[in-house]
Design a protein around this ligand. Structure first.
Ligand SMILES: O=P(O)(O)OC[C@H]1O[C@H](OP(=O)(O)O)[C@H](O)[C@@H]1O
Ligand SMILES: O=c1cc[nH]c(=O)[nH]1
Length: 503
């Protein structure tokens, strides 16, 4: 069928288009079916949505899809229905508990990269990995497929190292300190990070407050060679392009199934040619990994996957039972990290962890016997700070001082209603509140924690402050905090059951 293009002035992540209901009926398309649009030698597959905004004979195309297909408003294009890709069958096979072959996994990943799977099909793939899992061969094939369906970087000289956290602990802004520390010692660290998956700010969200994180592969290579390191968003590059598309469906579910996690992290490391890699595995209540046994099992999986891919991997099992540092949310976290570098002091959970992980990289690369002390020395001499500002500048950032970072103007502080000691700062509640306040999308939204586990509080002491860019989001976050209080002080009544008062 021939359609006349009608440009719809929106950008959509999913490959949707709009067609008149009568036209769809005529060509036999129902919800979830695909339509191939062809213009000259270019073609694209969309999921047409029935809509009255287009007349019969018209096809509504979002501007980003029109750009890709190189069509203009009013032009004619050919369209014909196509059948579901084979990979949907393979996803069903995984859902029924069976092992996939290497070719089947490659086909699924290729279809993810080419936007040939709908969001529902992609979600089914993520859920199948959550429920059924994958064996080690499947995980290796998936990682290789993710690397091979994207671009890779190779450095002609220098020792390339990298770090990655599995995430799951709020406030984990350590990459902002580790990358410049490592780069200031002459190692190359082309760090790509994801946006938030289960947290209120991924490293890419935090770094974006200070600099451009949407770097191409060429820019990552050039900046790393020139200043020693970058902190870029993996989703903007063509490095392991399936990764960010998978993360987009994981985020609303706060799901990060183990096969995906392993492949997502290691594909990014393999694609930049890292020789030595440290994986941070936070363990604790409310983190992705709740106990040491599972932490060690996951460590061994990372080391084995690294061995299969030719990467030298060490895992650092870290304390993840409460947030790292005191700030949670993009701008607040960027401010906390930069302030620590400026003043050469800061929260011990932030600095100790950063020195520890940078230190392991130094030892793996053979440039220090006591890596922790070496990292600390570089930080205390101001080398980390100096290098960080160089990286920010190289990535087009203009902010030089932590005071310049804007945070949400609408705030609410919760105080202690009696004296005691903090016995828990609950990760999941902290993330829930920070997300309700607008993080990670609203950069200035988040939480500052005034009292952490073990600290003594007096009646009236501030426990935490919520920041939001919009007042209605602040009110939402305050309500969320009231119903799921994140900081537990000893002696506190956690709930009342039955909740009604007996008169
Ligand atoms: O905590 P959640 O959102 O689940 O995990 C996502 C975060 O974990 C990783 O951290 P890094 O890049 O090593 O600093 C990712 O890149 C991302 O920033
Ligand atoms: O980059 C990351 C980090 C955690 N989990 C993932 O799936 N990817």
């Amino acid at each position: 069928m021939i359609f006349k293009v009608r440009l719809i002035p929106v950008k959509m992540n999913e490959f949707y288009g709009f067609a008149n209901e009568e036209d769809l009926k005529e060509i036999g398309i129902i919800h979830g079916d695909r339509l191939k649009l062809v213009k000259g030698s270019k073609s694209i597959t969309i999921f047409p949505q029935p809509s009255q905004i287009v007349a019969r004979g018209e096809i509504g195309i979002p501007i980003n899809i029109a750009e890709e297909l190189k069509v203009k408003d009013g032009e004619e294009i050919k369209a014909f229905p196509i059948s579901r890709p084979k990979s949907v069958e393979y996803i069903r096979k995984k859902l029924s508990g069976k092992k996939l072959s290497k070719d089947e996994i490659y086909e699924i990943i290729e279809d993810i990269v080419n936007n040939s799977l709908s969001e529902i099909e992609l979600t089914a793939f993520v859920v199948s990995n959550y429920l059924v899992g994958m064996d080690f061969d499947e995980i290796e094939w998936m990682t290789r497929a993710m690397i091979e369906t994207g671009e890779t970087i190779s450095f002609e000289k220098g020792i390339v190292v990298d770090k990655h956290s599995i995430g799951g602990v709020p406030g984990n802004k350590i990459s902002l300190i580790i990358v410049p520390t490592v780069a200031s010692a002459g190692l190359l660290i082309p760090k790509t990070a994801s946006r938030a998956i289960t947290s209120a700010s991924g490293t890419a969200d935090t770094m974006e407050v200070l600099a451009n994180v949407n770097l191409s592969v060429e820019e990552i290579k050039e900046i790393t060679e020139r200043v020693g390191g970058v902190i870029a968003w993996g989703g903007a590059t063509n490095i392991a392009p399936a990764d960010d598309k998978i993360i987009r469906v994981e985020y609303p579910l706060s799901l990060d199934p183990k096969p995906q996690l392993l492949a997502s992290v290691m594909a990014k490391k393999g694609a930049v040619g890292a020789k030595h890699v440290v994986i941070d595995i936070p363990v604790g209540e409310g983190a992705k990994i709740s106990d040491m046994k599972r932490g060690r099992e996951l460590s061994s999986d990372f080391v084995e996957l690294g061995r299969r891919l030719g990467l030298n991997v060490t895992c650092a099992i870290t304390y993840g039972g409460q947030p790292i540092g005191r700030a949670v949310g993009p701008a607040l976290e960027a401010k906390e990290a930069l302030k620590a570098m400026e003043e050469r002091k800061g929260s011990s959970s932030l600095l100790e962890k950063s020195f520890g992980i940078a230190g392991i990289l130094f030892e793996m690369a053979g440039i220090a016997m006591n890596g922790y002390e070496y990292a600390k020395e570089l930080f205390m001499k101001g080398k980390t700070h100096e290098k960080f500002l160089e990286i920010v500048e190289a990535q087009g950032g203009e902010i030089r001082r932590s005071e310049e970072i804007m945070v949400g103007e609408n705030t609410h502080t919760f105080t202690a209603s009696f004296e005691g000691a903090v016995v828990a700062v609950r990760n999941k509640a902290i993330v829930k509140i920070a997300r309700a306040a607008g993080a990670p999308k609203d950069k200035g939204a988040g939480i500052v924690i005034h009292k952490k586990k073990g600290e003594v509080v007096k009646k009236g002491d501030p426990l935490f402050t919520i920041y939001a860019e919009k007042d209605w989001k602040l009110q939402n976050a305050v309500e969320t905090a009231r119903s799921d209080f994140p900081i537990i002080v000893s002696g506190m009544i956690l709930d009342r059951y039955p909740s009604f008062k007996v008169m």
